[in-house]
Design a protein around this ligand. Structure first.
Ligand SMILES: Nc1ncnc2c1ncn2[C@@H]1O[C@H](COP(=O)(O)OP(=O)(O)OP(=O)(O)O)[C@@H](O)[C@H]1O
Ligand SMILES: Nc1ncnc2c1ncn2[C@@H]1O[C@H](COP(=O)(O)OP(=O)(O)OP(=O)(O)O)[C@@H](O)[C@H]1O
Ligand SMILES: [Mg+2]
Ligand SMILES: [Mg+2]
Lengths: 257, 257
């Protein structure tokens, strides 16, 4: 099973949108796919029609059980998309950092849980919260590839430096280097600030950045209202076509780090 | 001194943009104004040209000193806008939840610090991270009014229910009820999903919602590139005009809760 994480400490850059779009495409292509919601806010869980305030069990239970030393089977939920299952988030995840505190050994909970599931799925995509904490650390330890959506605007560029520093820190504690792809999102070619930010991103991160950008597409909001990935609801929209090209590049065997 | 917090657990809804726009307007109207960055990602701090990775002292030091029992004076930074000062964030804030753990009494650190500053400023606006944790709890305990930006799209509506539940929990532990205003943002009248979400918001929260909405305005990105509030760079843009009307409503003496 290939495990991809979608992360960025900046909020609202398109992490959940990237997760639903790529997972939607993989499922539509017949690959059995799991999406994992590690965001206490539960956007991915809400997206597929579940309530993160009340859902049980959830990703929270992985940690609760690990703290007690047991690791039963995890309950996954079906989604409205064939070949696509969900490991939901609960709002209780927000208490983890405080509860676990400086306790060691809780960085590999998600990795172990996904290893136990690896026979059932070909791909697992992890949606991360916009915060560096135990949940993001777990996602970075569990994945073998990372996607970093970055909004093409100035503040997001500043924020990306922080994400890259975090990655450099994480790389030191991994045996294999973690390949990551920077995915420019919410690109609006009519806005000077958007065009200039994209150029700056390309200059600063030439080896990691995807060669294109996901354009602003008002149909994403429509898709989230229907609780289906854009690629299922509007397969030929600008957004779907862009995510299809991104997926093709990420799937290349020799895909650059 | 009036203290307003700008919070929403959902990322990318316009919290930092609302903080810079309202604070910019207050400063331009001659009110001495402080902006406080409690987001470990430091968008507000970066916005005004400082680096949250290296800046010292910062809001983090308020907590570090409180944990040691001392509370010296806090260092504020000037911004490029007359009458506007900044209490910056440092990325070290991200470690607070883990470090403080279940330790009690750390919910009033920001409130006490702002009380010590109340003679120097007429308004203090607190920008919050997109996560329910010790930082947001501090902001909600320190403020006498709350603004909740909500993007006019479906997922953000689901997320707002969570924010409102959080507020209901907080209200129980406050002596005075906390008045809050829901501010619809990133409104795009050309998109059905945006128009329908706004209608739904108005139906669900008639007493708390602002009567208008902040429109999508590409000039916000331009302003953030220049490190100045939109209201300073493009005072007659659609975004600035909308924030001016919001400010006028929030300043009304009998402003609804
Ligand atoms: N390419 C796009 N075009 C138009 N809207 C988009 C696009 N990508 C994302 N959006 C919209 O932007 C908003 C933020 O996206 P999303 O929730 O995926 O970001 P996020 O990084 O997951 O946010 P958070 O930090 O809260 O987890 C959503 O309303 C989404 O519908
Ligand atoms: N009315 C608007 N029109 C157009 N763009 C906007 C508007 N409001 C905010 N933005 C843009 O949307 C992005 C997100 O806004 P902002 O960073 O203020 O959100 P936030 O809620 O503070 O995010 P975070 O959760 O990361 O703290 C920024 O690029 C900002 O420039
Ligand atoms: Mg998300
Ligand atoms: Mg912000």
């Amino acid at each position: 099973m290939k495990v991809w994480a979608v992360a960025n400490q900046k909020g609202g850059v398109g992490k959940t949108t990237t997760t639903t779009s790529l997972a939607g495409l993989l499922a539509q292509r017949g690959h059995s796919t799991l999406v994992v919601d590690l965001d206490p806010h539960g956007s991915l869980t809400s997206y597929f029609g579940f309530d993160p305030e009340t859902i049980e069990p959830s990703a929270y239970d992985l940690f609760a059980r690990a703290a007690q030393g047991s690791s039963d089977t995890i309950m996954l939920r079906p989604t409205a998309v064939k070949n696509l299952s969900l490991l939901p988030a609960s709002t209780a995840l927000a208490t983890l950092d405080r509860q676990l505190g400086a306790r060691s050994g809780m960085g590999l909970v998600v990795r172990r849980a996904l290893q136990a599931l690896s026979g059932r799925f070909e791909y697992a995509l992890i949606d991360c919260p916009p915060m560096l904490g135990v949940l993001m650390v777990n996602a970075l330890a569990a994945c073998d590839r990372l996607l970093v959506p970055v909004q093409t605007e100035y503040l997001a560029l500043k924020g990306l430096e922080r994400m890259v520093h975090t990655l450099e820190m994480i790389q030191r504690s991994r045996s294999q280097p973690l390949p990551y792809t920077i995915v420019p999102t919410l690109f609006d070619r009519r806005t000077r600030a958007s065009v200039e930010s994209l150029e700056e991103l390309r200059q600063r991160y030439p080896a990691q950045i995807w060669s294109e950008a996901i354009p602003v597409d008002t149909q994403f909001r429509d898709a989230s209202r229907q609780g289906l990935p854009l690629t299922v609801v509007h397969p030929w929209s600008r957004g779907s076509q862009a995510y299809r090209r991104l997926l093709d590049e990420v799937l290349l065997p020799e895909a650059p780090a």
